[in-house]
Design a protein around this ligand. Structure first.
Ligand code: IDC
Length: 451
């Protein structure tokens, strides 16, 4: 049994299949450029689908781009987002819309909140630029902006406008079944460090913020999943979250969407055994929290530089643990170069070959377990069939790794049909027997150059 697969801890598609999301964040580069759209073209999206076998994207949007002036909504921006979102959804890829922010917003040197949403403006620079960017959260003006936003009491209009900005987005996507969910706010941060670390921020301010935002979305959309995050500071490293159980209203479609950035990724050192132990702890805590929230888990961000020694081992351990938890994920980020799976010329970087692996794209039944042997590249999955779901089970088998040259062995039943679908990078399986344990094994048969 998968660690994270409690009764409610699964993401289902409109046919009732259980789905696991694998994909990229698109894109960091959109934060500070005019228009705020990512680097990607439709051909790049198609490559993610047809070559890499990704079935999802975490697509960044910004409150500051939606409502750049108070009460003025940028419909052109939203139309441009819609156009790009449809590049994915027309291919039946799932889109998670991420209302992104780092360092609060544009008024204080960050991204996300519009300038007008800070009474503070950045006039001093106390934190050196050479420090990791998130240390800018220690700037007094940034701290005060977060406090004004989350405290709510004295500046209610900030959250009210944030909610209204979300409703503009919801309005545009609520009828698109492949827009799987809304990630309410990227990496919420409480401003005050002690309040943040001691749990007060999550228990009160963040929890209350979700209690306002979730019902507002549910009043117009009861179909999408709502993805919510714990605080980022400390939790990204593996500390525990203090968020009280988050509740949905009228439906129960919640996804817990923490980020995973081990300390070694940002500060010093290569990947070592102690980091693997810390990673194990990160998963143990997140699994328990997802269970508490009765939510599936989606690791909305993880990533690192391929110049880190042990980056490959880290990614293997990370994704093995994600498979054991049944967690979905989005790699940070698709931006070419740097940490990206593509280099500056859009050629595969060493990251790509570590994050591609087969996975259950959509399963007609109950997934019991799935894993990849990172040495042999053999994939195994067990599930219990459900013939009341007419759609095929789909297993992604990335072409970039397998060159469509692989064998599939299905055991547990002889009553099935299966075929390799080259266009979608996947194996399609239809089982005729209900409620039976089926085992699927996929293994490469050629000496493909890519692994
Ligand atoms: C990073 C970008 C980097 C940029 C920085 C600040 O990769 O180029 O300078 O944001 O805007 C997060 C954030 C995500 C970060 C990412 C990597 O959600 O926006 O992107 N990260 O540092 N949290 C932890 C790490």
């Amino acid at each position: 049994m998968l660690i994270g697969f409690t009764a409610k801890g699964q993401i289902k598609d409109s046919f009732g299949r259980t789905i696991i999301l694998h994909g990229l964040n698109t894109a960091g580069g959109a934060k500070h450029i005019p228009g705020h759209q990512p680097w990607i073209t439709e051909a790049d999206v198609n490559r993610e689908y047809a070559n890499f076998g990704f079935n999802a994207v975490r697509y960044l949007i910004f409150w500051g781009a939606i409502e750049p002036e108070k009460d003025v909504y940028e419909t052109l921006y939203l139309q441009e987002v819609k156009k790009r979102v449809e590049w994915y959804t027309s291919r039946k890829m799932y889109v998670v819309l991420d209302m992104h922010q780092d360092v609060y917003g544009y008024g204080v040197g960050g991204n996300g909140a519009p300038e007008w949403a800070s009474t503070q403006t950045k006039t001093q620079n106390l934190i050196p630029d050479k420090w990791p960017w998130w240390m800018q959260n220690l700037e007094p003006k940034v701290k005060r902006s977060y406090v004004e936003f989350f405290k709510y009491k004295n500046k209610k209009d900030l959250q009210e406008h944030y909610i209204k900005a979300w409703l503009k987005v919801v309005d545009l996507f609520k009828d698109n079944p492949y827009v799987i969910g809304y990630d309410l706010m990227n990496e919420p941060h409480g401003g005050k460090i002690v309040k943040t670390l001691s749990g007060g921020f999550e228990r009160k301010w963040l929890g209350n913020f979700y209690k306002r935002l979730i019902p507002a979305i549910r009043a117009v959309d009861t179909t999408r999943y709502i993805f919510f995050e714990p605080r980022s500071f400390g939790v990204n490293f593996g500390m525990k979250s203090h968020l009280k159980k988050v509740n949905d209203v009228s439906v129960h479609k919640l996804v817990y969407a923490p980020h995973c950035y081990m300390k070694f990724v940002d500060v010093g050192g290569d990947y070592k055994n102690k980091d693997k132990r810390a990673l194990g702890k990160w998963f143990k805590r997140r699994d328990a929290e997802a269970a508490k929230h009765e939510s599936a888990m989606y690791i909305g961000e993880y990533g690192l530089s391929p110049s880190k020694k042990g980056f490959d081992k880290y990614l293997q351990d990370m994704l093995n643990m994600a498979d054991a938890s049944g967690a979905s994920w989005a790699y940070w980020s698709s931006d070419p170069g740097g940490w990206g799976p593509l280099d500056g010329n859009k050629n595969p970087s060493p990251i790509l070959y570590q994050i591609l692996r087969p996975y259950p794209w959509a399963v007609s039944g109950q997934i019991l377990s799935y894993q990849t042997n990172t040495t042999t590249r053999v994939f195994d999955m067990d599930f219990i069939s459900d013939t009341t779901i007419a759609e095929n089970t789909i297993i992604a088998v990335p072409k970039e790794l397998f060159s469509n040259d692989y064998k599939v062995i299905v055991t547990g039943t002889t009553n099935y049909t299966g075929h390799i679908d080259i266009a979608s990078n996947a194996y399609y399986l239809s089982v005729g027997e209900h409620n039976i344990k089926v085992h699927v094994q996929i293994y490469p048969v050629s000496n493909s150059k890519n692994y």
